[in-house]
Design a protein around this ligand. Structure first.
Ligand SMILES: *Cc1c(COP(=O)(O)O)cnc(C)c1O
Length: 456
């Protein structure tokens, strides 16, 4: 254990920031299963993927051999505007909990998009620009990804078309306006601008939309417009790769003070922040150099890891995307209206799914009221108002710290604080009014989702 005084915030020097991303798949013995073409159940080729995604990103998606991939200098320069992000020692929280545990959090909310999503958005926009494309399309639910992508596209002067789930478009006008300020066009989904949107509107007039439907529209808009490609903010291997910058910085900052974590915790929606945070630590574990405990935290209302099936499924409700082998609740599963919009995804990154299947990572599900209690407890002593998604990780970090209090163990806990919650005040209002409910799907609810799994 180091004798050095640990500062409240550990920052890296600019020259200590990572110059390469780390690709954890390179160190995995059991590689994540490949994406399949749903028509043939054969692995998607680079050529097939290239119709939807940028060429360089397709290369990254399919690369499970190279452990390190250079971060282009243009992306590193952008990172410098808001990175390194601080690794904070939660001294006040430790004191409040009276725990012997040492708690650290990596804070990714220090940019206008308010979350870690900018780390991948800037990379994806860069490769689109480099390929000479005119623009990109995407979907956004709660709005964090759309905001991050709008910022990234503005920087590289790319057109950005965002399909925003209609209910969010109406309920989160401020997020919408941030995107428009950065020059993105924001269309409430389902819309009349695509064939799939018109079809859905005809079948379900008055629908307020869903993420799955917005994905289908964004993919159609990309593949039917010359010079456009589709980009995705989570789930894919390439996104986990870009997000490894979180884990690399965390590890470098800890190494600086000779701190070795025992437990690393992150919330898991599609798995990108968690995958990015744990990657370099997982690499050590996979290579047999060190052991860590990793915990993925998901909402009890959308429990893909803890109650899902590990099978091939569609990545989207509209069933236009390839099949991925992952822990899934079924692409038709509609989670209840949990306030952590970023965690309402039916599946999980295929990389994290494989690591979980191999027993290298644990998973826990938590109920939303308990999550908001943890968010409030954290906000009161650490000053930051967390995103509801991030508060899932806070919940389990606090639970683990309380366990240490009972056993007297001085464990070192690191968790990812993915973002701020300023656009989630409706959710906090519910919590403050004691109107928040916890909904846990029944086994019968889950069976209905599994019934829609694709059959070979
Ligand atoms: C999108 C989002 C998440 C969940 O996405 P992952 O890909 O699982 O990381 C978590 N926290 C915040 C703040 C988000 O915006």
């Amino acid at each position: 254990m180091s004798q050095k005084e640990i500062p409240y915030k550990i920052y890296l020097e600019e020259q200590e920031m990572p110059k390469q991303w780390y690709n954890v798949r390179a160190d995995m013995t059991n590689k994540p299963a490949p994406l399949l073409n749903p028509a043939t159940w054969q692995p998607m080729t680079a050529q097939e993927l290239g119709k939807v995604f940028c060429d360089e990103l397709v290369k990254q998606e399919l690369d499970d051999q190279n452990p390190y991939i250079d971060i282009p200098v243009e992306i590193r320069n952008f990172y410098k505007m808001y990175r390194p992000s601080p690794l904070v020692r939660a001294y006040c929280l430790e004191k409040k909990l009276q725990t012997p545990a040492k708690i650290y959090y990596k804070f990714e909310g220090n940019n206008t998009s308010g979350s870690h999503k900018l780390n991948s958005a800037i990379a994806q926009a860069y490769y689109a620009k480099k390929q000479g494309l005119a623009g990109v399309t995407t979907e956004t639910g709660a709005g964090q990804w759309g905001t991050a992508l709008s910022m990234a596209c503005a920087y590289f002067e790319l057109d950005c078309k965002v399909y925003m789930v209609k209910v969010s478009y109406e309920q989160k006008p401020f997020r919408r306006e941030v995107m428009r300020t950065y020059g993105a066009s924001v269309t409430p989904s389902p819309s009349e601008t695509t064939a799939v949107g018109r079809k859905i509107l005809e079948e379900h007039p008055g629908t307020t939309g869903s993420l799955g439907c917005a994905i289908s529209e964004a993919v159609e808009a990309a593949t039917s417009t010359e010079g456009y490609r589709y980009v995705l903010g989570s789930v894919l291997n390439q996104v986990l790769l870009h997000q490894s910058v979180i884990g690399l910085e965390t590890k470098a900052a800890l190494d600086k003070y000779e701190i070795v974590p025992d437990i690393v915790i992150g919330c898991a929606g599609g798995g990108s922040n968690l995958g990015g945070l744990i990657s370099p630590f997982m690499g050590e574990k996979l290579r047999g150099e060190r052991d860590y405990k990793f915990i993925a935290v998901e909402p009890a209302s959308c429990p893909s890891l803890t109650r899902g099936r590990y099978v091939y499924d569609f990545c989207d409700t509209g069933r236009v995307c390839p099949l991925a082998k992952m822990y899934t609740l079924g692409s038709g599963f509609i989670p209840s209206a949990n306030h952590a919009g970023g965690l309402r995804y039916h599946g999980m990154s295929s990389t994290l799914s494989q690591l979980y299947a191999d027993g290298l990572m644990e998973a826990r599900s938590v109920e939303q009221t308990a999550v908001f209690e943890a968010a409030q407890q954290f906000a009161k002593v650490e000053g930051i108002l967390p995103a509801p998604e991030s508060a899932h990780a806070i919940r389990v970090a606090i639970d683990e710290a309380i366990k240490c209090k009972e056993t007297g163990e001085e464990k070192t806990i690191v968790f990812g604080l993915t973002g701020t919650g300023y656009f989630d005040m409706k959710a906090y209002e519910r919590f403050n009014n004691k109107e928040m409910v916890d909904y846990i799907p029944t086994d019968a609810d889950l069976e209905a989702g599994f019934a829609g799994l694709p059959q070979k």
